[in-house]
Design a protein around this ligand. Structure first.
Ligand SMILES: [Zn+2]
Ligand SMILES: [Zn+2]
Length: 154
Protein backbone atom coordinates (compact mmCIF):
# COMPACT_ATOMS: atom_id res chain seq x y z
CA UNK A 1 0.00 0.00 0.00
CA UNK A 2 1.65 3.18 -1.12
CA UNK A 3 0.99 6.34 0.79
CA UNK A 4 -1.15 8.88 -1.05
CA UNK A 5 -1.02 11.91 1.16
CA UNK A 6 -3.71 14.51 0.63
CA UNK A 7 -4.24 17.75 2.46
CA UNK A 8 -7.66 18.98 3.49
CA UNK A 9 -8.59 21.85 5.73
CA UNK A 10 -10.04 21.74 9.18
CA UNK A 11 -13.80 22.35 9.19
CA UNK A 12 -13.33 24.98 11.89
CA UNK A 13 -9.98 26.72 11.63
CA UNK A 14 -9.01 25.88 8.05
CA UNK A 15 -5.76 24.48 9.34
CA UNK A 16 -4.09 22.06 7.04
CA UNK A 17 -4.67 18.40 7.77
CA UNK A 18 -2.55 15.88 5.99
CA UNK A 19 -3.70 12.31 5.88
CA UNK A 20 -3.29 9.19 3.82
CA UNK A 21 -6.00 8.96 1.19
CA UNK A 22 -5.38 5.25 0.86
CA UNK A 23 -6.95 4.75 4.27
CA UNK A 24 -9.77 7.21 3.56
CA UNK A 25 -13.25 5.75 3.21
CA UNK A 26 -15.53 8.33 1.53
CA UNK A 27 -18.62 6.49 2.83
CA UNK A 28 -17.36 6.65 6.37
CA UNK A 29 -14.96 9.59 6.64
CA UNK A 30 -12.72 9.63 9.64
CA UNK A 31 -13.30 12.22 12.28
CA UNK A 32 -10.10 13.40 13.89
CA UNK A 33 -9.18 15.98 16.41
CA UNK A 34 -7.69 18.96 14.64
CA UNK A 35 -4.11 19.50 15.76
CA UNK A 36 -4.57 23.24 15.32
CA UNK A 37 -7.83 24.03 17.10
CA UNK A 38 -8.37 20.74 18.95
CA UNK A 39 -11.93 20.47 17.62
CA UNK A 40 -13.27 17.35 15.96
CA UNK A 41 -13.19 17.69 12.21
CA UNK A 42 -14.20 15.37 9.41
CA UNK A 43 -11.55 14.51 6.91
CA UNK A 44 -12.41 14.84 3.23
CA UNK A 45 -10.72 14.54 -0.09
CA UNK A 46 -10.45 18.01 -1.56
CA UNK A 47 -11.84 18.47 -5.06
CA UNK A 48 -8.40 19.22 -6.40
CA UNK A 49 -6.71 16.44 -4.61
CA UNK A 50 -3.04 16.87 -5.09
CA UNK A 51 -1.82 13.36 -4.70
CA UNK A 52 1.82 13.42 -3.86
CA UNK A 53 3.60 11.22 -6.35
CA UNK A 54 5.40 8.53 -4.52
CA UNK A 55 8.92 8.28 -5.77
CA UNK A 56 9.62 4.84 -7.06
CA UNK A 57 13.19 3.77 -7.57
CA UNK A 58 13.84 3.40 -11.31
CA UNK A 59 13.64 -0.17 -12.38
CA UNK A 60 17.08 -1.18 -13.46
CA UNK A 61 17.44 -3.90 -16.08
CA UNK A 62 18.53 -7.06 -14.36
CA UNK A 63 22.25 -7.22 -14.64
CA UNK A 64 24.17 -10.40 -14.46
CA UNK A 65 26.27 -10.71 -11.38
CA UNK A 66 29.94 -10.31 -12.00
CA UNK A 67 30.66 -13.83 -10.83
CA UNK A 68 28.79 -15.27 -13.80
CA UNK A 69 30.98 -13.45 -16.24
CA UNK A 70 34.02 -14.76 -14.49
CA UNK A 71 32.86 -18.36 -14.53
CA UNK A 72 31.72 -18.08 -18.14
CA UNK A 73 35.10 -16.90 -19.30
CA UNK A 74 37.69 -19.57 -18.95
CA UNK A 75 40.97 -18.13 -17.83
CA UNK A 76 43.20 -18.26 -20.86
CA UNK A 77 46.89 -18.01 -20.32
CA UNK A 78 48.51 -15.72 -22.81
CA UNK A 79 52.01 -16.68 -23.78
CA UNK A 80 54.53 -15.09 -26.02
CA UNK A 81 57.10 -16.83 -28.13
CA UNK A 82 60.48 -15.98 -26.82
CA UNK A 83 63.50 -16.39 -28.96
CA UNK A 84 66.40 -18.06 -27.36
CA UNK A 85 69.59 -19.68 -28.52
CA UNK A 86 70.34 -23.27 -28.02
CA UNK A 87 73.86 -24.55 -27.87
CA UNK A 88 73.96 -26.12 -31.29
CA UNK A 89 77.41 -27.11 -32.43
CA UNK A 90 76.20 -27.38 -36.02
CA UNK A 91 74.73 -23.92 -35.96
CA UNK A 92 77.75 -22.49 -34.24
CA UNK A 93 80.07 -24.13 -36.76
CA UNK A 94 78.03 -22.80 -39.66
CA UNK A 95 78.19 -19.31 -38.20
CA UNK A 96 81.93 -19.62 -37.79
CA UNK A 97 82.38 -20.91 -41.32
CA UNK A 98 80.18 -18.13 -42.58
CA UNK A 99 82.22 -15.59 -40.69
CA UNK A 100 85.44 -16.87 -42.19
CA UNK A 101 83.90 -17.03 -45.68
CA UNK A 102 82.90 -13.39 -45.37
CA UNK A 103 86.50 -12.41 -46.03
CA UNK A 104 86.66 -14.38 -49.29
CA UNK A 105 85.15 -11.62 -51.37
CA UNK A 106 82.96 -11.77 -53.41
CA UNK A 107 81.65 -15.32 -53.60
CA UNK A 108 82.72 -16.18 -50.09
CA UNK A 109 80.90 -13.20 -48.74
CA UNK A 110 77.61 -14.35 -50.24
CA UNK A 111 78.09 -17.88 -49.00
CA UNK A 112 79.32 -16.56 -45.70
CA UNK A 113 76.18 -14.57 -45.14
CA UNK A 114 74.08 -17.57 -46.13
CA UNK A 115 76.03 -19.78 -43.75
CA UNK A 116 75.69 -17.32 -40.94
CA UNK A 117 71.95 -17.00 -41.45
CA UNK A 118 71.59 -20.77 -41.62
CA UNK A 119 73.73 -21.17 -38.55
CA UNK A 120 71.77 -18.51 -36.69
CA UNK A 121 68.49 -20.20 -37.58
CA UNK A 122 69.83 -23.59 -36.53
CA UNK A 123 70.73 -22.30 -33.13
CA UNK A 124 67.63 -20.21 -32.72
CA UNK A 125 64.81 -21.70 -30.70
CA UNK A 126 61.38 -20.50 -29.77
CA UNK A 127 60.18 -20.85 -26.25
CA UNK A 128 56.75 -20.48 -24.73
CA UNK A 129 56.92 -17.66 -22.24
CA UNK A 130 54.25 -19.35 -20.14
CA UNK A 131 55.71 -22.78 -19.56
CA UNK A 132 59.20 -22.27 -20.91
CA UNK A 133 58.98 -25.32 -23.15
CA UNK A 134 60.29 -25.22 -26.66
CA UNK A 135 57.90 -24.44 -29.49
CA UNK A 136 58.95 -25.80 -32.85
CA UNK A 137 56.69 -23.76 -35.07
CA UNK A 138 56.84 -20.00 -34.81
CA UNK A 139 53.33 -19.74 -36.27
CA UNK A 140 51.81 -21.85 -33.53
CA UNK A 141 48.68 -20.45 -31.96
CA UNK A 142 48.39 -22.72 -28.95
CA UNK A 143 51.37 -23.85 -26.95
CA UNK A 144 51.56 -27.64 -27.36
CA UNK A 145 52.95 -28.00 -23.87
CA UNK A 146 50.72 -25.86 -21.67
CA UNK A 147 47.83 -24.97 -24.02
CA UNK A 148 48.45 -21.29 -23.44
CA UNK A 149 47.26 -19.04 -26.22
CA UNK A 150 50.23 -17.69 -28.05
CA UNK A 151 50.11 -14.00 -28.64
CA UNK A 152 51.57 -13.61 -32.09
CA UNK A 153 51.96 -9.87 -31.68
CA UNK A 154 55.66 -9.54 -31.17
ZN1 LIG B 1 -8.99 23.28 13.29
ZN1 LIG C 1 53.55 -23.18 -22.89
Amino acid sequence: MKAALVTCMCNHCSGKLEFDAANFDPANPAVIQCPHCALDTTLYIPHVARLEPVMQPPVMPPSLPLERYITQTEPIAIARLETGRKTSMGGLAMELIGFVLLFLFPVGTIFGIAFMIAGFKASKILRCSHCGNRVEDEHVRICPSCQARVNTFR
